[in-house]
Design a protein around this ligand. Structure first.
Ligand code: HEC
Length: 127
C-alpha cells in the first residue's frame, strides 16, 4: 500500500469519526483514473457483453453508463451510499459468501475495496 492510499484510508476512518469536521474528507477519487482500472482488471473479463457474468447478471462494467444502469435486478450503485450499494456489498463480502465478486477468485486488495467505497460515497461521479 503506498503512502497516498494509506492516508486515504486513515483519512476516511477519521472522517467518519469526526464527521469530516477536521477538513479531512477523502476526496479526489476519480472514476477514470482510479475506479475504471480496478473494474477493467478484475471484473470486465466476465462483466462485458457476451461474457458469463454479463449473461448471468446483466452487469456490464465496461462503461460508466452501463455500470450505473446496473443488471437484471436493477441498480447496483446508490450514489452517496456505499453501505447499501450491491456492488460494494459484493466486493466487501457482505453478501452471501457464494456471491462474492470477483466470482470464485481472491477478494480484491483492501485499497481497491476502499477506493470503490470512497468513490460511491462521494456520489459515484463520472469524473
Ligand atoms: C469469473 C467471472 C466473474 C468475475 C471476474 C466477476 N464476476 Fe460478477 N458475476 C459473475 C457471475 C457468474 C454472476 C451471477 C451471479 C452468480 O452466479 O454468482 C455475477 C454477478 C455479479 C453481480 C450481481 C448482479 C445483480 O444484479 O445482482 C455484481 C454486482 C457483480 N457480479 C459485480 C462484479 C464486480 C464488481 C466484479 C469485479 C470486482 C466482478 N463481478 C467480477 C461472474 C464474474
Amino acid at each position: 500500500m503506498n503512502a497516498g492510499l494509506k492516508a486515504l484510508s486513515r483519512c476516511s476512518i477519521a472522517a467518519v469519526a469526526v464527521l469530516a469536521a477536521a477538513g479531512c474528507s477523502p476526496s479526489g477519487v476519480s472514476y477514470s483514473k482510479d475506479v475504471q482500472p480496478i473494474l477493467a482488471k478484475n471484473c470486465s473479463e466476465c462483466h462485458a457483453p457476451g461474457k458469463e457474468g454479463f449473461t448471468a447478471s446483466g452487469l456490464d462494467v465496461t462503461s460508466y453508463q452501463a455500470l450505473m444502469k446496473g443488471g437484471k435486478f436493477g441498480q447496483l450503485i446508490k450514489p452517496g451510499d456505499a453501505l447499501s450499494s450491491t456492488l460494494n456489498m459484493l466486493v466487501e463480502g457482505r453478501a452471501h459468501a457464494s456471491l462474492r465478486m470477483p466470482h470464485g477468485r481472491e477478494k480484491l486488495p483492501d485499497k481497491d475495496i476502499e477506493i470503490l467505497k470512497v468513490w460511491v460515497n462521494e456520489g459515484a461521479k463520472d469524473n
